[in-house]
Design a protein around this ligand. Structure first.
Ligand code: ADP
Length: 257
């Protein structure tokens, strides 16, 4: 699946993966991990073989958002590969499952840890590997994009942060690497109360983004207490409520990746 302009040879561990989808944001706390996890479980629900790679070494969220029985990554003693954790059939690798980690690491070290986790994991045959990228567009992100041949990127943002500069940074990084940005998700757009719809962060300039950057799909997600609660409970919202509005949005997103 060598779609992007990644450098070097395709690592052995990634050769059995058909599509690698990066979920990315320019800032932390906008819902990137929430979107990555729910997208992955939606794809799994559609019948795909799926893995999630949590590349956010500084603030890994996967261990909070899903609750696999085995919460520690194991090493295969024969070939020294990493055996992913697994929850509801989705393979999971996160620094948060790696046991006692160091909280303070310099950039090159982080890149090393990320590369090792990603490329030595026994992913097996996967239709999709969803990568929860570290926030931002710096060196760590670039290295990651160069190690993994990304098929597509999804950019997550919130309405007030939907400054062109922010989205543009992400689009620019991916376009440099020849990775198509297939969708922008505008998260925490609105909430409904007392029969009215409120836009606490103002209305996003979604249509303009689509026009200016030529990104084919834009999705809105409301502020939804259940989305946050399910994230904390270890069961993704799309698994907890597969018929809900949120699940429908993710099904549409799933179709376009
Ligand atoms: P990021 O990965 O960008 O740092 P997270 O996915 O960890 O962001 O989300 C940050 C917090 O916001 C989490 O507690 C999450 O449950 C919550 N959250 C994300 N999206 C929504 C939403 N649409 N409605 C309510 N809470 C949300």
């Amino acid at each position: 699946p060598a779609k992007s302009a990644f450098t070097g040879e395709l690592p052995k561990g990634l050769r059995t993966i058909s599509n690698i989808i990066a979920v990315s944001s320019c800032k932390g706390g906008v819902g990137k991990s929430t979107i990555a996890v729910n997208l992955a479980y939606t794809l799994a629900d559609m019948g795909a073989r799926v893995g999630i790679f949590d590349a956010d070494v500084y603030g890994p969220s996967l261990p909070t958002m899903v609750s696999p029985e085995n919460r520690l990554l194991e090493m295969n003693p024969e070939n020294r590969t990493i055996i992913p954790a697994e929850y509801l059939g989705v393979k999971l690798v996160s620094f948060g499952f790696a046991g006692q980690g160091r909280a303070i690491m310099r950039g090159p070290m982080v890149s090393g840890v990320i590369n090792q986790l990603l490329t030595t994991a026994e992913w097996g045959v996967l239709d999709y590997l969803v990568i929860d990228m570290p926030p931002g567009t710096g060196d760590i992100q670039l290295t990651l994009c160069q190690v993994a041949p990304l098929t597509a990127a999804v950019i997550v943002t919130t309405p007030q942060k939907l400054a062109f500069i922010d989205v543009a940074k992400g689009v620019r990084m991916f376009s440099k690497l020849k990775v198509p940005c297939v969708a922008v998700v505008e998260n925490m757009c609105y909430f409904d109360a007392d029969g009215k719809r409120y836009y606490p962060f103002g209305k996003g300039s979604g249509a303009q983004v689509v026009q200016q950057f030529g990104i084919p799909h834009l999705f809105d997600l409301p502020i939804q207490p259940t989305l946050s609660a399910s994230g904390d409970s270890g069961m993704p919202e799309v698994v907890a409520d597969p018929q809900g509005e949120v699940a429908k949005t993710f099904q549409n997103l799933g179709v376009c990746v």
